[in-house]
Structure formats: structure tokens, C-alpha cells
Design a protein around this ligand. Sequence first.
Ligand code: FAD
Length: 469
Amino acid sequence: MSKNPVHVIGGGLAGSEAAWQIAEAGVPVVLHEMRPVRGTDAHKTEGLAELVCSNSFRSDDAETNAVGLLHAEMRLAGSLIMSAGDAHQVPAGGALAVDRDGFSDAVTAKIEAHPLITIVREEVPGLPPADWDQVIIATGPLTAPSLAQSIAEATGADALAFFDAIAPIVHFDTIDMNTAWFQSRYDKVGPGGTGKDYINCPMDKEQYLAFVQALLDGQKTEFKQWEGTPYFDGCLPIEVMAERGVETLRYGPMKPMGLTNVHNPSVKAYAVVQLRQDNALGTLYNMVGFQTKLKHAEQVRIFRTIPGLENAEFARLGGLHRNTYINSPTLLDPSLQLTSRPGLRFAGQITGCEGYVESAAIGLLAGRFAAAERLGQAPSLPPPTTAFGALLNHITGGHIVSDDEPGKRSFQPMNVNFGLFPPVEAPKVEGKRLRGKDKTVAKRRAITARALADCRAWLGPPVRAEAAE
Ligand SMILES: Cc1cc2nc3c(=O)[nH]c(=O)nc-3n(C[C@H](O)[C@H](O)[C@H](O)COP(=O)(O)OP(=O)(O)OC[C@H]3O[C@@H](n4cnc5c(N)ncnc54)[C@H](O)[C@@H]3O)c2cc1C
């Protein structure tokens, strides 16, 4: 068996967790972290797993919240990030919030003390040398420019994005299909479509004018100075389009042409909001062309005025941020390995997940996969019914690529959410179907119970590696 180390580049949330998992499996690791030799625009310390902004890991409710479920699965898998988070938590109601310095110090101390981990404080300036045969790149949303440049060159011009231009994503089962209807513009079938691939929400003139005014009046978030002005690639925020003239949206993403309202065929809609299937399960739909800098509460308020979306629940709201992430569904295999360069994996936010916990979870998986390969085993993929599997599937395979906009990348970072899981039937109570909030809660409990059972089965009984004892 080879004793060559696995190299992990980046000692953030994902890289620290990956290094820990590899070492706990009995495989040596070299962890390359550029701080303090070189900093980023957001990190302030030289600690590993520094939290760059909020100190919250979000909800810790494993029964009815998807990120709470991910916490639980990570604890089952021996996560370093979760054990340090639990040890340094501060009061935050139902959320898991942590003392950021205590947390980062604890992760750093554990990694430094592990006999199988060597930390090298250096910037890795480009793709790893050929003799590093197992590598995980976990350099995050603020990947140093020369490595980012090398990744872009190796993966193709369109494969690396430097900003999110995020359009909101809606849970399908909260869209009112008595108002909205399925139809592709001009019933175009396209290479992989059916002619009914979009959900359409109609507006009359009065509704449209009120909607445009609401976009203009709505509160927006400001760019941080270092984020620059990211209006590029025709990805203008809708409120910026609205500022350019009252008709601009009607000639852009809200054009009504080629669509007939099946609920009211004789009346032509003045404008139409279109939603496109976002995941292979068909549980999530994104609002086409609706990237926005409106504040989150404003998005919910304004987008619920769209006919058909009055009760919409959002899996993710829109935004524009500085980020660095690869087009994972086209580049990575199911074990997070670059298909064009076996042995090179990606982990953390650079893969297109979003958030501290999600980044650490993908680091945990990448670490386990790399360790398995080093030990001569096939990587064991988590079941798609688990939070691990749902998130992994979003990154490597669940995303639908649009046929009618060839070449346009549409994969966007996302937090873990229930729309990523295979659906379940809501259980009946005393033979009766549940409705409304009770039904939603019952479905969530069914998804989380199934996930935890499947996660335990996937992990098997806890085993300690010889070398870690
Ligand atoms: C400004 C900002 C605020 C955010 N706020 C939140 C928030 O409040 N809550 C939340 O859940 N998520 C937030 N995120 C998103 C995300 O969860 C975090 O960025 C998270 O830290 C991502 O984890 P990661 O391990 O992928 O990257 P990071 O934690 O950033 O770790 C990457 C590491 O790689 C190092 N590195 C980079 N390039 C190189 C190189 N070439 N060689 C060696 N080392 C390198 C960096 O120094 C860093 O330590 C925020 C992101 C940003 C940019």
C-alpha cells in the first residue's frame, strides 16, 4: 500500500475537514494553507477554518431543517468541524452559533496535533505537480488569483465563475398551477425537452407596472468595495433592467411572446415570468433571468405578488456575490474528481455548494473518497436520500442544463435544502391526509428519518483506524 500523502490545498472549512477525515482513515496528509504568507480580502487571522463573516452554522434542528440534518449526519461521520463547533457553541436559540476564535483555535490545535497531518504555510500557485497523485483543492470562494487562473486554463474558459449571479429558486409544490401553466416558448421541444418545460406566470398590464415599480422601490443590498462592479455576461440584475425603462423587462426575461395561457387562452398575458426546472428530481424551479440584489425579505414580498407565486417558498433567494466556483456538473465525477485528471478532487465552496456547513460536508466527503482510493478501495458514495448525498448530487449530477440556451452556464451555488432530496409522500394521520403546514412538517420529518437511517447504514459501525489510535 502506498504511503504517499494526500495533498489538501486550502485550510478553510472544507480543507480542514478533508485533512482530518483522511488522517483519521490512517492516511498521511499535507495541508497547504497560504495564510499568513498571503491573505485574502475576507480572512483576518492565520487560523484554520476561519469563519469570515457570521458565526452561525444555522439551524441545529435535525428533524425539520435540512442544514440541521446535515449537522447530524456530519456528527455521525466524526466531523472535526462539528465537534469543534459543538465544543465552542454560544447561545443562539435553535441555531448552532460558535465563538469564532475558540472554534478556529480548536480546529487548528486538533490538526496540528494529528500525527498524520503536516501543515505547510505556502501558497500553491498553480495546478499541483504530477508527483502529487492524490490532491484535493479546497481553496474556497477567494481562491488566490494565480491558482484560479490555472484552474480556468485547465477546465475551459466557461468553467470557472468569479461571481454568483443567482436567480431565486422555488419549491415546485408551492407554485399555484391553477394560475401558472407548463409551456415552452412557441412549444419548442429542443433536443431534450417536451415543449412543456417551463412554468409560466402571467401578468396583466396593471400587475406588470406595479411589479416594475416595486422592483424600483425595493431595498437593495450594496456591494462591498472589493467586490467591484460585476455586471457582466448579460447577467444584469432585474432591478437594474427595470431602471433602464418600464418596457425593458417585457422585452427581456418577462416577454410574453409564444405563450398561451391554458387557463385563459383568449386573453394574451402582458408579461410572463418563466421558471425552469432546476434539478433532475423536478422539485425545484428557478426564476429565469431573475438574478437580483434586492434584500432577501424584499424578494419574498415582491415575488409573491407574481400570479401563481402568492404562496411560493424559496429554496434559495437571488443574489450577486464575489465567488469562485467551477461548473462541477460538467467537470466532476460523482466522487468529486476532475474527470480530465483522475486523482485531483475539489471540495468546499469552489465546487458550488454554499455555506460553512455545506463546504465542510463536501470536504468531509472528498477526504473520505481520497482516503479510500489511497487505501486501494473504491470510494463509497452516500445514498441520495441523505443530506450528504443530496448535496453531492446537486454538485455533481442533479442540475439540469438548459437545452435552449446552449453554452450558457446555469449551475449556481446552493445551500442544502429539502428540494434536493428525493420526495416522500406525507404520512397520513388516522387515515386522513394532512394539509398546509402540518403536511410540510410531516414530509420533512419523513425525509429526515429516512436520511438518518440511510446515513447510519452507509457509514456502518464506527471503526477507528490503526494509525489514529
Ligand atoms: C465574504 C464572504 C462572507 C461569507 N459569509 C458566510 C456566512 O456568513 N455564512 C456562511 O455559511 N457562509 C458564508 N460564506 C460562504 C462560505 O461558506 C465560506 O466562504 C466558507 O468559508 C467556504 O469554505 P471553504 O473551505 O470552501 O473556503 P475557505 O473557508 O475560504 O477556505 C479556503 C482556504 O484556502 C486558502 N487558499 C486560497 N488559495 C490558496 C492557494 N492558492 N494556496 C494555499 N491556500 C489557499 C485560503 O487562505 C483559505 O484559508 C461567505 C463567503 C464570503 C466570500
